[in-house]
Design a protein around this ligand. Structure first.
Ligand code: NAG
Ligand code: NAG
Ligand code: NAG
Ligand code: NAG
Ligand code: NAG
Ligand code: NAG
Length: 469
């Protein structure tokens, strides 16, 4: 169970959420569900002892979690929020992962179906495969309620793992479900089907590294997490998408870099389709493009895992890498783009890795964006993330997204602490030209690494699409 302070805060948030319920207890039909997204670095949630905290801190910026209460009476389980997959499952085999991952895995909680009076076994099984990791699951249905909400969903189908490899938490796949990737209503489908939400859409605002907490609003938006209006991007239909899988594919117009005190420069070959994947720690881009960006951060060669190690001082530099979509520019501060692995000697890596298989924008991008996933009208509504409080509200119609406006002032602070740019880095980052770097050392970089560092970033890609249940 979450500590009492967390429960209190959640209750408070729900009172605001979907405002119409105001001071009273939130009604079943309030129309949206507002849940905190917990960063794995948030030691208050995942650990009690100091020794454990240190180990978990190694997980760095790794993943984003939501808490579900499954069964009757409810059992609390943290699951990774993954826009890149489609199904919910719990109970990874924690003995199959090591070190900090195992500790983390235990902390995330387990669901014991034998202790639930509402569970039904469906007698069907499936193997789920991700970019890294896999799980053998048996399907059950049970009641699932959401922390801080009086809404509980009845008879929700999900998987209970009988065995798994290279996974350290259950996964809440919030991609397309029924009729597209599954033959049953997935979690997001059920929210709409059971009238917990009026619109099959949700908002993801992961929050900055420093905030350590974001928000997901199922069926609604949080107007205190952005300013101005949202830009609509059509989701590319599966049949026209690069991998023919119904994911949140959108057309990216360009990537450019804005080093401090230097003009913005656009990268060649950066007009490509990408999909939005909260289950991936890293952003994956074609090798040529990744090389060109890495070069601007002063790195020419990736390490053996395909990661570009760079100077941690760059996290303090006031520059941004800018992602453009249909006229919208999302500016990602260097600090948010860089993966920082704490330790005696902290290590820092460019948050983009080369891939010849996938082009996706993972957490290193999503932390800086405010994104609404509209699964009803197959659209993404996006803008720059901001944070000026908490004002969740239910959507009555998907079309409201066209007119909604954020409450925050329009500023992007590239340097979280407001510290001054480090002159040396500004100029070195700005020196090399954009374009292809043609580095042959990258050839091994696109395959999925099985090392600890490789393990952390690839959960979100759901590989198996062939078996429908
Ligand atoms: C799934 O089960 C099969 C058969 O028992 C086993 O060989 C395989 O290793 C299991 N996969 C995972 C990911 O646990
Ligand atoms: C949800 O609302 C619709 C329309 O008001 C209604 O027909 C349906 O029975 C409701 N479903 C549930 C599970 O309450
Ligand atoms: C976590 O970091 C500490 C300090 O750098 C290191 O000794 C330890 O091996 C790391 N744990 C894991 C699981 O990587
Ligand atoms: C979304 O789809 C619904 C029907 O599915 C339609 O009535 C509505 O006009 C659409 N909204 C937008 C903004 O396209
Ligand atoms: C960072 O750069 C932006 C844009 O050039 C500028 O407006 C801002 O004042 C800078 N911030 C700091 C802390 O230097
Ligand atoms: C990548 O770079 C190589 C050599 O620099 C070039 O031959 C190739 O066409 C480039 N590929 C793309 C997709 O730009």
């Amino acid at each position: 169970m979450a500590p009492p302070s967390v429960l209190r805060r959640l209750t408070l948030l729900m009172a605001i959420c979907c405002g119409r319920a105001a001071a009273q207890e939130v009604e079943h039909d309030a129309g949206c569900i507002h849940m905190p997204i917990i960063h794995s670095t948030n030691v208050g949630h995942f650990s009690e002892k100091r020794g454990v905290q240190l180990q978990l801190a190694n997980r760095s910026d790794v993943a984003y979690y939501a808490q579900l209460s499954i069964g009757t009476p409810p059992q609390a389980v943290y699951v990774q929020l993954d826009t890149g997959s489609f199904e919910l499952w719990v109970n990874p085999d924690c003995t199959k992962v090591s070190g900090g991952d195992a500790v983390f895995c235990e902390r995330a909680g387990k669901y014991d179906s034998s202790k639930s009076s509402t569970v039904e076994s469906l007698g069907t099984t499936k193997t789920l495969r991700y970019g890294i990791g896999a799980a053998n699951i048996s399907y059950v249905t049970d009641t699932i309620s959401l922390m801080g909400s009086t809404t509980s969903l009845k008879t929700v189908q999900f998987g209970v793992a009988s065995s798994s490899e290279d996974t350290f938490s259950g996964i809440l796949g919030i991609g397309y479900g029924m009729g597209k990737t599954t033959r049953y209503l997935n979690f997001v489908d059920q929210l709409a089907a059971q009238n917990a939400t009026r619109v099959k859409a949700y908002t993801l605002s992961l929050g900055t590294k420093d905030a350590q907490e974001g928000v997901i609003v199922f069926g609604g938006v949080d107007t205190s997490k952005f300013s101005g209006s949202l830009t609509k991007l059509p989701v590319i239909p599966a049949e026209n998408s690069p991998d023919k899988v119904p994911r949140f594919w959108v057309d990216m117009e360009s990537i450019s870099i804005s080093p401090p005190g230097a003009p913005n420069r656009v990268y060649e070959n950066s007009k490509i389709p990408v999909f939005l994947d909260s289950g991936s720690t890293m952003t994956l881009l074609p090798p040529n493009l990744t090389n060109a960006i890495a070069l601007d951060f002063g790195v020419t060669n990736p390490d053996s895992n395909g990661f570009f190690r760079l100077d941690c001082a760059l996290t303090q530099v006031n520059g941004t890498v800018d992602f453009r979509f249909n006229g919208l520019t999302v500016k990602v501060p260097y600090k948010e783009l860089i993966r920082e692995v704490p330790g005696v000697t902290p290590a820092c890596f460019l948050g983009i890795t080369p891939s010849t298989t996938f082009t996706l924008l993972g957490d290193t991008f999503l932390r800086s964006a405010y994104v609404v996933f509209d699964l009803e009208n197959h659209s993404i509504f996006m803008t720059q993330a901001a944070n000026c409080g908490s004002t969740p509200a239910a959507l009555n119609r998907a079309s409201d997204l066209n007119t909604i406006s954020g409450l925050c002032g329009a500023t992007v602070s590239a340097v979280a602490g407001g510290s001054a740019p480090i002159p040396g880095f500004g100029s070195s980052a700005g020196r090399s030209g954009a374009g292809t770097a043609g580095n042959s050392a990258l050839s091994g970089g696109s395959s999925f690494s099985r090392s600890w560092t490789g393990l952390i970033w690839s959960l979100g890609i759901m590989a198996a699409m062939t078996i429908w249940i």
